[in-house]
Design a protein. Structure first.
Length: 210
């Protein structure tokens, strides 16, 4: 077994074989927008649902938003700001590392999936769906233009949709050209679904279903 990488339009070279794949974020250029996206990638989940069983059959249920913070009690600040500020520094180390070396060895995957027949078809479907969502006249694209801070749950509720990798990536501002897919063709007998589940649990993909 081997792992190959494809980025942007080069995904057309993905093998037409069964196997497992993982999407990653690797920006082709770097600026304030890309720094903001990196910040968004760590501010998840966006909400937490909690149930506390009380006496006499009572149940406390809480559904609230989450603030992801970094630092000790005296110097806490939003974690996305910590990341964005460090990236905007544009040092000779950070930017080249993020653009060239981070993926896949030092990065959390955006999404992990499988296809039992044809990886190329499945991956191209992801790519084409995200490309469509970036079209200016696309309703979700228009909505995000007017609500740039909307989270995934808000967009799904607004349009009555169910979760998908493409919608999650679009809300986070990830352009198709900045996606890298790592694929591992697997032709030997085995349960791909079990492998996928194990990797999802271990890696906790950022744009996976919450």
């Amino acid at each position: 077994m081997r792992i190959d990488e494809f980025q942007g339009s080069n995904i057309i070279d993905t093998p037409e074989l069964p196997g497992i794949y993982a999407w990653y974020y690797r920006p082709r250029v770097f600026g304030d927008h890309e720094a903001k996206i990196l910040g968004r990638l760590i501010t998840r989940p966006s909400s937490v649902k909690t149930e506390i069983a009380m006496r006499y059959g009572l149940m406390w249920e809480v559904d609230s938003s989450v603030n992801v913070l970094h630092g000790g009690k005296r110097n806490r600040q939003p974690a996305d700001k910590v990341v964005s500020d460090a990236v905007v520094d544009k040092s000779d180390l950070i930017t080249p590392f993020l653009q060239n070396l981070m993926v896949p060895y030092f990065a959390t995957p955006l999404y992990i999936g499988i296809d039992g027949k044809n990886l190329r078809v499945r991956i191209k479907r992801h790519y084409d769906s995200l490309t469509q969502l970036w079209e200016p006249e696309e309703p979700i694209s228009k909505y995000l233009g007017n609500h740039p801070d909307a989270d995934v749950e808000e967009v799904l509720n607004q349009f009555g949709l169910t979760h998908s990798f493409a919608i999650n990536a679009r809300v986070k501002g990830i352009a198709p050209r900045d996606l890298v897919v790592c694929v591992c063709p697997i032709e030997i007998p085995g349960n791909l679904r079990d492998l996928e589940q194990i990797l999802q649990i271990l890696a906790d993909p950022i744009c996976g279903r919450e």
